[in-house]
Design a protein around this ligand. Structure first.
Ligand code: SF4
Length: 159
């Protein structure tokens, strides 16, 4: 949607178009659409400088949770649309990540899968020097978490 707005909006089957920045508020957009008060909304994703935090989500697996900690990519590989669709690197605040994992550890989750669009870039957008390894070390201290997995997608770990 973020990279092909005009083409998608022409499709009769499509009622409402939302961009990357609007995902967090999808319920409100749909409700407004149903009341005929709101049309499609696709903001310029490159204007977004901060991670859009969805807060705690519901986990369906009993002992494992996938935790997204980062969005966007700054690498602009020639064949890839992701930076145009997702924007620049934005990292979720470590205190929010840790808080969520502590909360789910208390509910019995023992394994977390840390992921993002280019998770190796985690922390690149922070003013302080805080990288993925720092986040992993904090997660490792959380009582009840017995395994941490990294899901790196296709990106290389090159930091
Ligand atoms: S590093 Fe991965 S996500 Fe980023 S532009 Fe290259 S292929 Fe796309």
């Amino acid at each position: 949607m973020q990279v092909a707005k005009e083409e998608v909006e022409k499709m009769d089957e499509i009622d409402l178009c939302l961009g990357t920045n609007e995902k967090k508020d999808i319920v409100q957009y749909v409700e407004k659409y149903l009341q005929k008060q709101e049309q499609s909304q696709i903001d310029d994703v490159f204007q977004t400088k901060e991670y859009s935090d969805f807060g705690s989500v519901t986990y369906t697996e009993k002992v494992r949770a996938v935790i997204k900690v980062q969005d966007g990519c700054d690498r602009f590989c020639s064949y890839c649309l992701i930076p145009y669709a997702r924007g620049r690197v934005r990292s979720r605040k470590p205190e929010n990540v840790v808080s969520e994992i502590k909360s789910i550890a208390q509910k019995g989750i023992k394994e977390v899968v840390v992921t993002g669009i280019h998770v190796a870039s985690y922390g690149k957008d922070f003013k302080k020097d805080y990288q993925l390894i720092d986040l992993l070390e904090e997660i490792n201290q959380i009582e009840g978490i017995e395994r941490i997995r990294l899901r790196l997608n296709r990106a290389t770990f090159d930091k």
